[in-house]
Design a protein around this ligand. Structure first.
Ligand code: HEC
Length: 451
């Protein structure tokens, strides 16, 4: 997705924020040797300051040079002070919230995107890493361009924090995190899964082993012949374990970020490293290269988590705007995968059809994403519980069918589900679906999976 400056694009696909308020603060579990919690693909919203990773998540995009692009966090307080809903904010957070004396050039500064040369470049940590520049210290509030004195700066910071908390409250409400899927009704005993949905569910928590990361809150039935009759404690599983894993996604060369190597009209170059940028995910953050790691003790674990991305909730993965039937979704952190069928096929055959090539260069006789998976962007710490599941083409389809039961809006209509205002693709703009796996030729020298 492009940012407010439409010629700038971010490095990752925006993560889905349904259920994000339910993620706990980032912690390192010394016994399990894993990081759990936080928000964002790389968990960089830790909850360290506001005790809510989701409230802190809301604070990043506004000052990301490739997203909303404000050059100063105070610009959020400044814009809110002119918003029509300012009285609602004051009702909750206090009438004096906006008693801030703004310098005369505030509007001019806030209308200039983060990173502009006239504002002395970028304080964004990743950008400083990619350029090797020192600039002003990354995310150092004291170096922000709006010249507020100590007391006004404190008030602007408080507005920024309260605004993040307000967004978190909204995202935790039934407007966003509704627990109204078929699966919730199934747990409540008011809906019976169809035969295919049930078969897909059995594979999800059995042969597919998806349930070991995308937790359904119930027992497991991993071995064939096991039957699980356990209930889901709490009744509302989130289909994530809050952990992170490197699923070995190939690089997606279509991400515009790779090509933003020249200065824009503000003399800002989003990614001078071009394809030199390697997305280490959680490892990038622990080294403070994509946000400030607040815990020096965590730095030592960076090599053990390089390439890891947060385990998304599988809830609403299948959701598309009902008024836009051909809506093109993208999946995983870099959007390389374009359908849930492709996603399950990837988990199923990543290691079976592995080739040491980049996307676009699969060998003759293979079909990318069908019988050829380009090499992982980050080869360290790859999750080996996935990659060769031995699922048949039909079993893949059943898991996709099951994922459809996790879409909210079944028991009560999803509020505003039909309010998507972007451009809908006409049916002709869609490329034809890839041929079924069973019909595709197997490359020489590779054993086909047991079908
Ligand atoms: C070892 C943990 C693990 C297992 C097992 C696992 N996943 Fe995931 N899942 C992840 C991680 C990590 C991501 C995000 C990866 C990324 O973007 O690089 C993810 C993302 C997803 C998403 C969300 C994609 C999106 O962009 O919204 C879906 C849906 C999903 N997995 C389904 C499955 C299914 C189906 C299975 C079983 C075949 C499975 N997962 C097994 C860890 C796991």
């Amino acid at each position: 997705m492009p940012g407010s400056m439409h010629f700038r694009w971010g490095k990752r696909r925006p993560q889905s924020y349904t259920y994000s308020p339910y993620f706990p603060g980032l912690q390192y579990n010394r016994a399990l040797k894993v990081f759990l919690g936080g928000n964002f693909w790389d968990s960089r919203s830790t909850g360290y300051k506001l005790s809510s990773p989701d409230a802190e998540q809301a604070q990043h995009p506004p000052v990301d040079p490739n997203e909303h692009g404000f050059p100063d966090t105070a610009c959020i307080a400044y814009r809110l002070s002119h918003a029509e809903y300012r009285p609602l904010f004051e009702l909750v957070w206090g009438e004096g919230s906006f008693d801030i004396t703004w310098p005369a050039d505030t509007e001019a500064i806030c209308s200039t995107p983060e990173g502009a040369a006239v504002l002395n470049g970028s304080r964004n940590a990743l950008h400083q890493h990619l350029t090797g520049s020192s600039g002003s210290p990354a995310s150092d509030a004291g170096a922000m361009p709006v010249a507020l004195g100590r007391d006004n700066r404190t008030k602007a910071d408080n507005v920024f924090d309260h605004w993040g908390q307000a967004l978190e409250a909204f995202e935790a409400s039934a407007n966003v995190s509704a627990f109204s899927s078929k699966f919730d009704a199934f747990l409540a005993g008011t809906y019976t899964l169809t035969a295919d949905e049930q078969a897909g569910y059995d594979l999800f928590r059995g042969k597919g082993n998806c349930n070991s990361c995308h937790l359904d809150g119930r027992g497991t039935a991993l071995k064939s012949g096991q039957t699980d009759t356990s209930a889901a404690p709490g009744g509302a599983p989130l289909f994530t374990c809050f952990g992170s894993a490197n699923e070995g996604l190939p690089r997606n060369p279509n991400i515009p970020f790779y090509y933003e190597t020249k200065p824009d009209a503000f003399d800002y170059t989003p990614n001078p490293a071009g394809f030199g940028f390697k997305d280490l995910g959680l490892g990038l953050f622990l080294r403070s290269l994509s946000g400030n790691n607040p815990n020096a003790d965590w730095i030592q674990y960076a090599p053990s988590v390089d390439g890891q991305m947060q385990v998304s909730s599988a809830r609403n993965a299948a959701m598309t705007p009902p008024n836009c039937p051909n809506f093109q979704k993208a999946f995983f952190h870099n959007g390389y995968v374009k359908s849930l069928k492709e996603l399950v096929h990837f988990y199923n055959t990543r290691d079976v059809f592995a080739y040491p090539v980049q996307s676009g260069h699969c060998p003759a006789g293979t079909i990318e994403k069908v019988t050829c998976w380009p090499e992982p962007e980050v080869k360290n710490n790859i999750d080996m519980t996935q990659g060769n599941l031995g699922l048949t083409d039909h079993e893949e389809d059943l898991i996709v069918t099951f994922l459809g039961t996790l879409t909210d809006g079944f028991t009560t209509p999803y509020p505003d589900a039909d309010k998507y205002t972007g451009n809908c693709l006409p049916p002709t703009a869609l490329s034809p679906p890839p041929p079924p796996v069973s019909a595709a030729p197997f490359p020489p020298g590779l054993t086909p999976p047991p079908l």
